[in-house]
Design a protein around this ligand. Structure first.
Ligand SMILES: Nc1ncnc2c1ncn2[C@@H]1O[C@H](COP(=O)(O)OP(=O)(O)OP(=O)(O)O)[C@@H](O)[C@H]1O
Length: 250
């Protein structure tokens, strides 16, 4: 079991500060948290700061974990495809990051299972350079999930996927979070997915945390007006799922 908390976290690029004072009470194992907010708000920067890829003020506190920094995996928005590798090789390479090169049958079985779960097993021996954008995104997901991180930071992981694949992937990630006790944070623009798949939501706007808490308490008419500058309502469908109805710009 792992827990993650942030205290006064910030980040700069050169002399320009783009993120400041992000404080977050403990996120717990098995939970999925949406990170939402307008373009250029600082969502990816927050992930890079949590993953230790950039430095800055404040504290990223990870509870005792045997795996140290390896416990955190950041899946970036754009993953440069190494065209030389096949899908299978790239996932295997990711699984072996930071460990010995000996490959066990269990690890091969894990990769096979993951490719099947993501329905890309048919692509296993295709070169990464031959894939569509959505297929590449699914391979990036496999590369992240195969590492079995304790904290998984996913930057717009479904942006290139069709609607069927989007809900399949978000459902799978939620199931794996619960099964393996992962903390998952997902930067996502589709607010209906946040409402449906993420128990908690953080709003980042202008490099600051504007709100955080249970998703239903964060995605409100008031927040949509203040942060996104849209007139909108959160309604509940006949099956009980909340969704955003947009009336227009403010
Ligand atoms: N490597 C960089 N060097 C300088 N500035 C950067 C760099 N990366 C991002 N920025 C700037 O930092 C700010 C926050 O960017 P970030 O990528 O964190 O936003 P975001 O919320 O993830 O945006 P989006 O929803 O558009 O992906 C932006 O103003 C961006 O231009």
């Amino acid at each position: 079991m792992v827990a993650l908390a942030l205290q006064g976290v910030g980040a700069s690029y050169g002399k320009t500060s783009v993120l400041a004072d992000v404080t977050l009470a403990e996120l717990r194992s098995g939970t999925v948290t949406a990170v939402i907010g307008p373009n250029a708000a600082g969502k990816s920067t927050l992930f890079k700061r949590i993953a230790g890829l950039i430095k800055g003020p404040g504290l990223v506190e990870l509870s005792d974990t045997a795996r140290g920094p390896q416990a955190i995996c950041y899946m970036p928005q754009d993953t440069g495809a190494n065209a030389v590798l096949t899908v299978y090789e790239s996932v295997l390479l990711s699984a072996k990051q930071g460990s010995s090169w000996r490959v066990s049958d269990a690890e091969l079985a894990q990769i096979d299972g993951l490719l099947k779960a993501l329905r890309i097993d048919n692509l296993a021996f295709r070169g990464l350079g031959e894939l569509s954008g959505g297929q590449r995104q699914l391979v990036s997901l496999a590369q992240a999930l195969v590492r079995r991180p304790e904290v998984l930071l996913m930057d717009e992981p479904t942006s290139a996927l069709d609607l069927h694949r989007q809900i399949e992937v978000l459902g799978l990630v939620g199931d794996l979070a619960k099964r393996d006790g992962m903390i998952v944070m997902i930067a996502i623009h589709e607010l209906n997915h946040a409402l449906r798949y993420c128990e908690n939501t953080i709003v980042i706007a202008h490099g600051k945390m504007a709100a955080s808490g249970a998703t239903a308490s964060v995605i409100t008419t008031e927040m949509l007006r203040n942060i996104y500058r849209i007139d909108a309502r959160v309604e509940t469908c006949s099956r009980g799922t909340p969704f955003v109805v947009v009336d227009g710009p403010v």
